[in-house]
Design a protein around this ligand. Structure first.
Ligand code: HEC
Length: 269
């Protein structure tokens, strides 16, 4: 290689690498999510923290449900986080759903929910939801944990990440200021979010024997619940994956052992 070639090569590397590094730095503006050590993200023995998920359902019902639907979850599925049948009946009945059409008139009337009903949304349609939320539609939360990088940690970070922006923070906000009715949140792309901080100390009362309902605890609990909602069958899937890997390992061991034995008999070494 001539000197010229080497120089050209170096220029190429610098030309390609530096801009992509700068781009990566720009991309990575959102702070890293604090690691929670979610039991459902473990490789072996992954499971949902059921007590946390049940408290999380309470938070969803009493706080988030005012704005967010959870369209993919039926009450009966709450059995998956350990609610008993009578508890599920009572939970379902505490919601009002649209009933079946009247056989003669075709009119649909409201009735208390039943275990087979899906969790009804508070708003009749996205337009009504937007009208109540400064024009922003609160997204359905059923698959939110899957839809955002970081999963449950992302939800946790959003819920605990609200704070007054510093002058430095505002440099990263488009237009340099937070629009009226919006809020600063470093974890949201663009750092501006239309959702007002939903959690505050004392917003729910946990039953006896449960941890104190601090903002962090509530964020942990509702994130656990939403992780379950996004993948109710995660435990079975991970357990099955583990069994398959164990089976493959044992089979490979047996194959190798019989190969060794046969080659010894045939070749004598
Ligand atoms: C007063 C209404 C309101 C309440 C209560 C509320 N939210 Fe929101 N939420 C919104 C709106 C509006 C948006 C859309 C924000 C945006 O796009 O800027 C949103 C967005 C979100 C997002 C998506 C953020 C993203 O990355 O796009 C998550 C996650 C979320 N909310 C979780 C929750 C949870 C969990 C609760 C309950 C603890 C809750 N919200 C309570 C109105 C609400």
């Amino acid at each position: 290689m001539t000197k010229k070639n080497i120089l050209a090569g170096m220029a190429l590397v610098v030309g390609l690498v530096i801009p992509s590094l700068a781009f990566a730095a720009n991309e990575g503006e959102e702070p890293k999510h604090p690691k929670q050590g979610w039991p459902h993200e473990k490789i072996i023995g992954a499971h949902y923290d059921r007590a946390a998920a049940q408290r999380g359902f309470q938070i969803y019902k009493e706080v988030c449900h005012a704005c967010h639907s959870l369209n993919l979850i039926a009450f009966r599925q709450l059995e998956g986080i350990g609610f008993s049948e009578p508890e599920i009946k009572a939970i379902a009945a505490s919601f009002t759903v649209m009933g079946e059409p009247n056989m003669e008139t075709g009119d649909v009337e409201e009735r208390p929910g039943k275990p087979f009903d899906y969790i009804p949304s508070t708003f009749a349609n996205p337009e009504a939801a937007a009208a109540s939320n400064n024009g922003a539609v609160p997204p359905d939360l059923s698959l939110m944990v899957k839809a955002r990088e970081g999963g449950a940690s992302y939800i946790y970070s959003i819920l605990t990440g609200y704070r007054e922006p510093t002058a430095e923070d505002l440099k990263h906000v488009s237009g340099g200021k937070i629009p009226d009715g919006a809020h600063f949140n470093p974890y949201k792309t663009g750092h501006v979010i239309a959702m007002p901080p939903p959690l505050a100390e004392g917003i729910v009362t946990y039953t006896e024997g449960q941890p104190a309902a601090s903002v962090e605890q509530m964020a942990y609990d509702v994130s656990t619940f939403l992780a379950w909602a996004a993948e109710p069958k995660l435990e079975q899937r991970k357990h099955m994956g583990f069994l398959i890997v164990a089976f493959l390992l044992i089979t490979s061991g047996l194959l190798f052992w019989s190969y060794k034995r046969i080659s010894k008999q045939v070749l004598g070494h």
